[in-house]
Design a protein around this ligand. Structure first.
Ligand code: XIL
Length: 367
């Protein structure tokens, strides 16, 4: 009987955790000041100068808003191998969607980042499954993998040469204890990273080359190993120019002091930094008095930390409005709402997250 009650209570508790919640949108009671309404994020960022960017899709219905608020752009999905490479066996590409993003950036004089060339997680999306067989069947997997990496980078970076000024050459190389084991490490070990950067530099010597990673805990083994990897790359004079810290707040609110020190450690290696994929699930702030405001404070603090370090060149937001965001589309996040991770709400009203970024940029632009 008692056991039954304990089981029932834990079922109800865990269901409760997954039950969608709603938090008070207290920000709707406050009038947004005329100054904030009339001075865009882009205007403030330009005067620092600093990059404030957003991830987008081709033909976004928000193009006007995006070109007003941001001076930098990245494709959320359309520059990834899964979007560009239509037939991996025959090296057939379709650049039409990606080119629409290029045209949009050019028309509005926005900087364009490329995301991403080599990515070892999730076969099918981050690299074609055909490559797996091709490498396995070859007499020398290392040579075969090098040929694939080199060919892919030549075609894709070559296509965007002069239009994309900064590329994430390798995305998410780390696992929790060290290098993430994937098709690339199986064939080449750690060397695949160095190889990709050297090939990228050959194709476009003017392009800033980035290693992009998601780090949540800056004192974790993953964070330490990533720094060790960067140290090795720099010591070998690999043409790497910067590090992207994705900064998705998905399951945890990130430790800001740790992040600040980590950015400094990267800077001391002589590398630039960018916050490349910033977003924050609202429910992480669910225990706060006012979750929307708490989310706004965290946005403000992250942007402030980046602006304050001369090595940190910009912040890119991974989405614009809560109306459509990637977390609502992907399990397990979609099961646990509210995600509401972006700076405009479903009605395109400015959230405290917007105001937080505005204040961070404004503070610096006046110094
Ligand atoms: C995500 C996109 O936002 C989704 O639309 C897509 O379904 C999956 O990929 N880290 C990355 C990004 O480097 O490319 C991912 O983007 C989010 C996590």
């Amino acid at each position: 009987m008692l056991n039954g009650l304990v089981i029932l209570t834990s079922i109800v508790t865990s269901l409760h955790t997954y039950w969608p919640r709603e938090y008070d949108k207290t920000y709707l009671n406050d009038e947004v000041s005329t100054l904030i309404k009339s001075t865009s994020l882009k205007t403030l960022a330009d005067s620092i100068p600093f990059y404030i960017g957003v991830a987008t899709s081709p033909n976004s219905e928000y193009e006007e808003l995006i070109s007003t608020e941001f001076n930098s752009l990245v494709a959320e999905n359309h520059f990834k191998p899964g979007s560009l490479l239509k037939d991996a066996n025959n090296w057939e590409f379709d650049f039409s969607d990606a080119d629409r993003i290029v045209q949009f950036a050019q028309k509005n004089d926005m900087r364009l980042r490329g995301h991403t060339l080599i990515w070892g997680k999730y076969p099918g999306m981050t690299h074609p499954v055909e490559w797996i067989d091709q490498v396995k069947k070859s007499a020398d997997p290392e040579i075969e993998m090098k040929a694939i990496i080199s060919q892919y980078i030549k075609i894709v970076m070559g296509h965007f040469k002069g239009k994309v000024v900064s590329w994430d050459v390798v995305n998410e190389p780390m696992g929790s204890k060290g290098l993430y084991s994937c098709i690339f490490t199986e064939a080449m070990g750690e060397e695949y990273i160095e190889y990709a950067f050297r090939e990228a530099h050959k194709v476009d010597p003017d392009c800033a080359l980035y290693l992009n990673e998601q780090i949540v805990n800056y004192s974790s083994t993953q964070a330490k190993e990533f720094l060790n990897l960067l140290t090795r790359l720099v010591a070998k004079e690999v043409p790497i120019h910067g590090v992207g810290l994705q900064s998705h707040h998905i399951n945890h609110i990130h430790d800001l002091d740790g992040m600040k020190k980590y950015i400094r450690s990267i800077a001391e290696l002589g590398l630039d930094v960018e916050i490349t994929e910033l977003d924050m699930r609202l429910l992480l702030f669910g225990n706060e008095n006012d979750p929307y405001n708490a989310q706004g404070d965290q946005y403000k603090n992250v942007v402030q930390i980046c602006i304050a370090d001369p090595a940190c060149k910009g912040v890119t937001l991974w989405g614009l409005t809560d109306k459509s965001n990637w977390m609502d589309a992907i399990p397990p996040f979609k099961w646990k709402s509210p995600n509401s991770p972006n700076i405009f709400d479903e009605e395109m009203k400015r959230k405290p997250a917007y105001i937080g970024i505005w204040k961070a940029l404004n503070g610096q632009s006046q110094q």
